[in-house]
Unconditional design. Sequence first.
Length: 180
Amino acid sequence: MKLILVRHGETDENAAKVSQGHLNTPLTEKGRKQAKEVAEKLKDEKIDLCYCSDLDRCLDTTKEIVKFHPHLKIVLAKELREQAKGKSEGQPHEKVYAKFDQTNVPYHLWDYDGGETLVEVFDRVVSFVDSLKKKHSGQTVLLVSHGGPISTLLIKMNNDPITENRKYRFNNTEFKMVGY
């Protein structure tokens, strides 16, 4: 299976460096422009299926891409959501990471005060994509998601330890084509 991994366009929270997690935030004007630009870059790609996080920032990015691929049905998947950030959702990164620095917990095991650990995101995303591989072998699948889920998938594909997550940071509307 070939995957086209795309991160959603910019939101106000991205620009302000605020933790979003499962907050359902819209794209900014810049984010809408980014979505159109990535759609243009992918317009000539053969895409058989499309799965997208069910949060609006991903759906709106996906809708731009699908304009060039009108045969595609967008399948919303909660499994592609960003890491739940618990009480940290809506909080500035500076405040969130200051709290983390006081925990003495490795980052991949920290749950953002009631959210998910990176290990839990890894398990959720890898399990979902493994199920897609069984259903869609030999096909090209577009996945539009968030930075956390994409980084965990790339960690898995490269057989890196989860502690290497920072190595796989993805910018807004960055995309990567990989075999899975």
